[in-house]
Ligand binder design. Structure first.
Ligand SMILES: NC(=O)c1ccc[n+]([C@@H]2O[C@H](COP(=O)([O-])OP(=O)(O)OC[C@H]3O[C@@H](n4cnc5c(N)ncnc54)[C@H](O)[C@@H]3O)[C@@H](O)[C@H]2O)c1
Length: 365
């Protein structure tokens, strides 16, 4: 039986509520499908920052490098500037471990009503490939003449050939294995250096993938089309910022930001990848036990896939959909009255019904 060594970073706010819920479910998936987890938890968070002055210790990345994968909740807390929590923990992990793909499914699950009229489950089924290591999220820039009328701020974007090419190759390969359609998010009319470069690389790389049809769309028009004709999107490739914004919109279209997952992937598997929901620490509901655990659970589904447990991953996503489609057990963000614990229990129950036919593991008592 394979055992996977996972670093767990619950982080802040609802991260500390949804991560243990998802861990319980992943544990059970392992029992049923014949693998196990060896979890090591780290308390690196804004709370850690408050007491130590750093989001993680100096050797934090070296310690994480020892693990197979990283399972993260969310970071961010009132009183700590968001750039401190992001640049002190998440971004160093994504960059040091070359997690250059942030893969975000935008899929309408059975049992969820989209705020869009007339969209049925399966009617939205896209994968957004967000470039995750460079682009608009860069440390290059600065502030001058602070506090004076001449004050100025400069923020540089960084687009490298290596960085754009590898994101494009990943997206083209993915589209080739799906419906063969790729939309590239650009803004080459207004952003006149980096975005024309993005488009050029897209065309060059696209020349190697005859089986994929490409559509280049300005991000503003793409956002509108996400709402007007979401069924036409298969794979979308976008820069760091565009992908970030587009997937929050996408998450809203498929029901709630509370259900949307993501995988920060190092496709070459030289380093651990990191799995986390796209939502944040939600300070407005933290501590009330009502956070939707589905985004964290679905991130666990993506981790199972990455670990090579495709059948278990599919069973777990099916179990989540079974709960949503056949019961009213859902958290308030989806219009329900259930709490995190009730949704977790319901998914655990549904997972038993999705156990493999040859499973010899006893039914949970
Ligand atoms: N990857 C991350 O760790 C990450 C991502 C985004 C934001 N943040 C941080 O989180 C903090 C709050 O940011 P924000 O308010 O912009 O975004 P957020 O995603 O935390 O919350 C936005 C809204 O969605 C709701 N929501 C989010 N997740 C939910 C869930 N699982 N169940 C039910 N409702 C949910 C919240 O209650 C809130 O009303 C900030 O400090 C921000 O920097 C962290």
């Amino acid at each position: 039986m394979s055992t996977h060594r996972i670093a767990v970073l619950p982080g802040d706010g609802i991260g500390t509520e949804v991560v243990p819920a998802a861990q319980r479910i992943l544990e059970r998936a392992g029992d049923l499908f014949g693998f196990s987890f060896d979890w090591t938890e780290f308390d690196w968070s804004c709370e850690h920052y408050r007491t130590t002055g750093v989001m993680m210790p100096a050797d934090g990345l070296d310690r994480l490098a020892e693990f197979d994968q990283i399972f993260l909740g969310a970071v961010g807390a009132p009183g700590i500037p968001d750039h401190v929590s992001l640049w002190g923990l998440l971004i160093p992990i994504r960059r040091t471990f070359r997690q250059y793909i942030n893969l975000r499914p935008i899929k309408l699950l059975r049992g969820i009503d989209s705020p869009l009229r007339g969209v049925v489950p399966g009617g939205i089924d896209a994968l957004v490939v967000r470039e995750n290591n460079e682009g608009e999220y860069s440390e290059i820039g600065g502030r001058l003449y602070r506090g004076t009328p001449q004050e100025l701020a400069v923020q540089e974007s960084v687009f490298t050939r290596v960085g754009v090419e590898r994101a494009m190759h990943y997206a083209f390969r993915l589209a080739g294995g799906r419906r063969g359609k790729l939309a590239s998010a650009t803004k080459s009319n207004g952003i006149i250096h980096t975005m024309p470069f993005w488009d050029e690389v897209c065309r060059e790389v696209g020349g190697q993938y005859d089986d994929v049809e490409v559509e280049e769309l300005h991000i503003d028009a793409l956002a509108a089309m996400f709402v007007l004709r979401p069924h036409t999107f298969d794979v979308v490739v976008a820069s760091n910022l565009f992908g970030d914004i587009l997937t929050d919109l996408g998450a809203a279209l498929v029901g709630s930001i509370g259900i949307a997952p993501s995988a920060n992937l190092n496709p070459e598997r030289e380093y651990p990848s990191m799995f986390e929901p796209i939502h944040g620490s939600a300070p407005d509901i933290a501590g009330r036990g009502i956070a939707n655990p589905i985004g964290q659970i679905w991130s666990g589904v993506m981790m199972l896939d990455h670990l090579g447990h495709a059948a278990a991953a599919q069973a777990l996503l099916d179990a989540v959909e079974d709960v949503l489609a056949s019961s009213d057990v859902r958290t308030p963000d989806l219009g329900g009255k259930a709490d995190t614990a009730a949704v977790t229990a319901a998914v655990l129950g549904a997972l038993e019904d999705r156990r493999p036919a040859d499973s010899t593991v006893g039914v949970r008592g």
